[in-house]
Design a protein. Structure first.
Length: 299
């Protein structure tokens, strides 16, 4: 109480100033939850169509083998394709073999390349950032969901193939093309490692598509650009004149997982392939985040 009879507010009753530019209760980490983004992406038509295509592939191959008959070795050399109908495990491995080079590239490029660019194409990116969703948070949410759907696509194919193959050709050991066999349990574990390696090896395509998605407002351009550059890498790997320079191409190691389909697995090629893929992916992801942080979003 002062001499004039007025009461001065104590520090406990003084108003607490709000942080400049931030509303009360705002938490950047709680914006655009992963479950919301995941639900949005799963319900999209392209996700459902891609899942249907991957699930139908084993049925198409079973029909092809039924029409064409039992695969036979060529020139006395037995390949994984020649043992496709030996068991469900062989059939699942064959499905991964025929799809790893191109078919599995498409869902990875689609789920990671159609994420940010589609928002810009729909003219909703500006409103997402004004929500406000921090740019880094937006990219992390989009990237996490895109990679999650890519992994789901890679798991879906061998799981369906294993079931279809077990019904069509029986549940048994995986016959090794060079001789011998792996028990069904061991084969399932090896196939799980194969899927993990395929996912790591496709991180380059995912990073390419994601980086392009932050640079363009055209989803088709981002997806198509990533697929095109992946094909270019495959073409360059076929040029034997490049010699040891091909070791720096991710495509050079895309079938290194075949070293697991033998009695004693070899890990050297897979380790080198994973290292090359992760190195390229880290650089491309960093470029995507750095470029998008200062991008003028007008759409």
């Amino acid at each position: 109480m002062s001499g004039t009879g007025t009461t001065r507010p104590t520090p406990a009753t003084s108003p607490v100033p709000a942080v400049a530019g931030r509303a009360d209760g705002y938490r950047p980490g709680r914006t655009l939850p992963l479950r919301v983004e995941f639900a949005r992406q799963v319900k999209r038509r392209r996700t459902l169509v891609m899942g249907a295509v991957l699930a139908l592939l084993p049925f198409v191959l079973v029909a092809a083998f039924a029409i064409g008959g039992q695969p036979e070795g060529r020139g006395g050399r037995v390949t994984l394709m020649d043992t496709a109908t030996a068991s469900g495990a062989n059939f699942a491995a064959t499905c991964l073999f025929v799809s790893a080079g191109f078919l599995l590239v498409i869902p990875v490029a689609l789920f990671c390349g159609d994420t940010v660019a589609s928002e810009a194409n729909w003219s909703s990116l500006r409103y997402l950032l004004a929500a406000p969703v921090p740019r880094a948070r937006l990219l992390w949410s989009k990237l996490t969901v895109g990679l999650g759907l890519s992994l789901a696509a890679m798991v879906l194919l061998p799981v369906v193939a294993l079931g279809v193959g077990a019904v069509a050709y029986g549940w048994g050991p995986l016959e090794i093309p060079t001789g011998g066999a792996l028990s069904a349990g061991t084969a399932a574990q090896r196939l799980l490692v194969v899927v993990a390696y395929l996912f790591v090896s496709q991180l380059v395509t995912a990073a390419l598509a994601f980086w392009l998605s932050t640079k363009t407002d055209n989803p088709l351009g981002a997806v198509g650009g990533a697929v095109f550059l992946t094909i270019v890498g495959n073409v360059l790997d076929a040029v034997t004149a490049l010699g040891h320079w091909r070791d720096f191409l991710p495509a050079h190691w895309q079938f290194a997982w075949a070293d697991l389909i033998q009695a004693q697995p070899e890990w050297g090629g897979m380790i080198q392939g994973a290292s090359v893929s992760v190195a390229y992916a880290v650089v491309l992801f960093a470029l995507a985040f750095r470029g998008f942080a200062g991008k003028d979003v007008v759409s």
